[in-house]
Design a protein around this ligand. Structure first.
Ligand SMILES: C[S@@+](CC[C@H](N)C(=O)[O-])C[C@H]1O[C@@H](n2cnc3c(N)ncnc32)[C@H](O)[C@@H]1O
Length: 250
């Protein structure tokens, strides 16, 4: 009776870890988020139960109710997979779910995943750190929640690191205002990567001064810093398939 908190990666099923894929293939029940790609859910046996607890606008499922669902399931099934986009412990509330389960004596194991915090930039050829350009990277939420510590954009501007902002689309104007107030140049490169590693991935590049005017829709990662102007080797979701097909040719 173990609950596995599993990272599904940023989207492309080829970016699942081997352990995640194995667990999905032998799960009795899979409790998944909205951002998990259908091609990943296709790995789950037809006999297994699929429970969608995705939080969507207008159909909000409270975290406490997800925790109770997991606690209930932990006494009913042998292999419970709690599947989350990216890495379960990067803005995924996986830590809270683990705490709730451990508090009732359930067995919990975490299976890290490829986080969009790094994969989105890499997918469009942006190295988040780059020798001589950026020695550090800071991953931060752009989402404002009542009662939580506000992100101090003015201080972050002074840190000199690449900023990778998750959940920042709606707040991009105030993010830019804070960073400019902290001394960053309006000419600093930015990139907005939407639906990274999925077949409909897009990237828009621009400058910090224009961030609020750049088109953007969630799910998207905003990369802010000199590295955002780099355009090195990109990730092609179809490359593995193509390469394997070529290898299979006589
Ligand atoms: C609740 S957070 C979960 C992050 C996840 N645990 C991770 O490690 O990637 C959701 C945010 O992750 C980012 N995100 C997740 N998947 C993405 C993707 N494929 N492309 C771009 N951004 C993505 C977006 O900023 C989205 O609003």
């Amino acid at each position: 009776m173990t609950v596995f908190l599993v990272g599904a990666g940023p989207g492309d099923p080829d970016l699942l870890t081997v352990k995640a894929a194995r667990l999905l293939q032998r799960a009795d029940v899979v409790v998944h988020d909205a951002l998990v790609d259908d091609r990943i859910l296709d790995l789950v046996p037809r006999t297994a139960r699929l429970i969608d607890v995705g939080k969507r606008p207008g159909a909000r499922i409270e975290q406490a109710s997800i925790n109770s669902t997991l606690i209930d399931l932990s006494s009913q099934y042998a292999c419970i997979v709690r599947l989350k986009g990216g890495d379960p412990y990067v803005f995924g509330r996986g830590g809270e779910e683990a705490q709730a389960l451990l508090a009732v004596g359930a067995e919990v194991e975490v299976v890290p995943g490829v986080s969009s915090a790094f994969a989105a930039a890499a997918a469009v050829g942006i190295p988040v750190t780059h020798r001589g350009v950026s020695p550090a990277v800071t991953v931060v939420t752009g989402h404002r929640r009542d009662g939580e510590v506000e992100v101090d954009w003015v201080s972050l501007a002074k840190a000199g690191s690449t900023l990778v902002v998750l959940m920042g689309v709606a707040e991009r104007e105030s993010i830019a205002v804070g960073l400019l107030a902290g001394g960053l140049s309006p000419d600093l490169p930015v990139a907005i990567v939407e639906r990274a590693t999925r077949p409909d991935q897009t990237v828009v590049r621009g400058r910090l001064g224009d961030l609020s005017r750049l088109p953007a829709n969630p799910p998207a990662v905003i990369v802010i810093g000199a590295v955002a102007a780099l355009d090195t080797a990109c990730y092609l979701p179809t490359a593995l398939q193509r390469c394997c097909t070529e290898l299979a040719q006589p």
